[in-house]
Design a protein around this ligand. Sequence first.
Ligand code: ZN
Ligand code: ZN
Ligand code: FE
Length: 783
Amino acid sequence: MSRASKGNSRLRLTVSGRVQGVGFRPAVYRLADELKLSGTVSNTTSGAVIEVEGPVAIIEKFVRALPRRLPTHCSIATMDHAVLPPSGSKIFRIEKSRAVADAGAQVPPDLNLCASCRAELFNPTDRRYRYPFINCTDCGPRFSIIQGIPYDRRKTTMSAFDLCPACAAEYHEPGNRRFHAQPNACADCGPQLRLIDASGKSLGNGNDALKKCARLIKAGKICAVKGIGGFHLVCDALNATAILTLRARKHRPSKPLAVMARDLRTAAAWCMTTPAERASLSSAARPIVLLRKRPGLHPRVLDILSPGNGALGVMLPYTPLHELLFADGAFTFLVMTSGNRADEPIAIDDDDARARLTGIADAFLVHDRPIHNRCDDSIIQLTGGRRPSVHFIRRSRGYVPEPIPFSAGPSAARIFAAGAELKNTFTLTRGSSAIVSPYMGDLDNEAAIRAYQLSFRRLRSFLDIQPSAIACDLHPDYASTHFAHSYAAKGKLPLIRVQHHHAHVASVLAEHRVTHTSIGIAFDGTGLGTDGMVWGGECFVVTNARFSRCAALEGFPLPGGDLASREIWRLAAGAQAYADIRSALPARYPSDMVRQMVHASLNSPLCSSAGRVFDMVAALAGLRYECDFEAQAAMELESLAAAAPGAARMDFDKKKVYNFTVLPGGAAPASGRDGGVMIVLRDMYRQIAADTAAGISPGIISLTFHRTMAQIIVAMALHARAAGGGTTVCLSGGVFQNRLLLTLAQNRLAAQGFTVLTNAAVPVNDGGISLGQAWCAAHGYRN
Ligand code: ZN
Ligand code: ZN
Ligand code: FE
């Protein structure tokens, strides 16, 4: 033995990156085995450690070959080398996982069914033929079933299932593609399907359950189907009556519903798809992609799925269960919407689903593999023609818990940032990694708040991050603020309250690692300003996390406060009063009363929200007077403008925008802009009312309005540049989900010599707030 190891050396490679749960150790094993090197590979809490022993030249060959031999979903961030004395080892082994001090292991997100497993699924001679939980080292559930790191079967919700001899053989055989696939299972030893009715009575098991479920859906019923990160409510998307029933039962009259298309070709029958959109649809994350409906194509169901909206949310099947369901029912499109009631969190437990979805779902397709981490479907959209870029509307399943590279700034703090109120996420940071939580939804109900606290506890302990500073919104009444406050108090930790729109802008700075002075423009719904007013149309100059507000939309009245975001006719009535417009609103609305309220400054707080400007314009243009959900009016305005003649032209001239005035601060009511300017929109409101009265089409009005908003953004940026803000503009806030406005603003700003940045790693909406809060806390923000 000693002679055999003469001239040998041993090298330890300490690897970080996405190396757990993606077939890294098996790949290392196979390479070492091929090269006849001895040694070990093991997962650690911070990544993986390889030790290889053999002739130096062969070890070098191993190190060179390794990057080329990585499985699809694997990526190495860093690899440190250390030379060790040879131990005389003879074989290569995968060792038991060990714990090391710094827990930073990257746990992979859930991965869609791979092609090899799909082929086995539909192969009648395969032993996993039609087994709905088939998976391998390249595919299957990950984050949603992981309870702790290092990633091992015993720390997942698969720990309750013992491998049968056949599965165990695959798991232990290095050449097998299920070698160390932690969720490996088959029909003999793994999770099983069950179809039950609302009372819990069994309607069938296994494949019988699947086939019965497909028949029910085909017959127009609604089924709750347990997926990867939670339950879906499923019905046939070709059946208008079924969709309307689902809408009625879910009390969701008009909010868009996402569909799952059988495959790419099917998706293209309803929607236009670019190559980049097709790539996103088929990516391992399998997000919902917002696609443009085909013009001239009008199946009635398309209008029921997303009324008044030019886009439809589409995804492709991502689990074996989905594939089987499509095959058994010969479906082309299925509605797949979150299995929840109103704004509550999506159900993940079988009993909870039955308790909460009874009355909505006719039957429940469940199974006994528990979901540990709730993870809604992600939603993305793409902008840009030749150089398309992905924008998140919701970043969750398929992406979480992938860390976002983060510049920690001067403090080495580990930060817990609690996020905002709506579309909440929270963030935990450690060093140069920020881990943004799954989508938590709106924290406006008890169930959501409880789910938020549970997710925080689980993710915190799972990542083993002990926060040393806490960040939250400036708004004192957000549930996330309350939680952050009590968490900080209990641990005697510093609490940093970050103004909402500062956090929006900071999320862009964080993502793009901007360190120089720059301009931040937040066009958003609403957030509490540092002056106690409601903000949402703001321009800042940012230097080292110090924000100075150098331009903002003029405050306008929000008659009835929060009520005005649903009853948007109130905004139009308010504009009539403050901009002296004489157009009439439909008689059913008590607009006289509201005008008097505004004149008397009764319950009419001033707000500068760009999101509310969209609502007001929709009402002034007679498009709609009430909203069922946030941004409904804005989506309609965007769809109308995008379909209007000339919408594709970006080089519009001055005649094609409405008038607005740039006023030095202090010259008009509701000023106090830190010596900045105020953008006065009264002329625009009057012109829109006049155009509407003159019968100009809503599409043209909306397109002109979009161009005006883009011009306002340019005017703000020019002012900020003159005030020393530099030439980088960061755009964020929910209004920039509007693809037309974003594209117009980007083009107009670029034409003025600005570098334009916006969110790509987190949503521009409030789902990105927690990352921005974390950045502010890390960079010494104080207000
Ligand atoms: Zn697979
Ligand atoms: Zn088995
Ligand atoms: Fe916001």
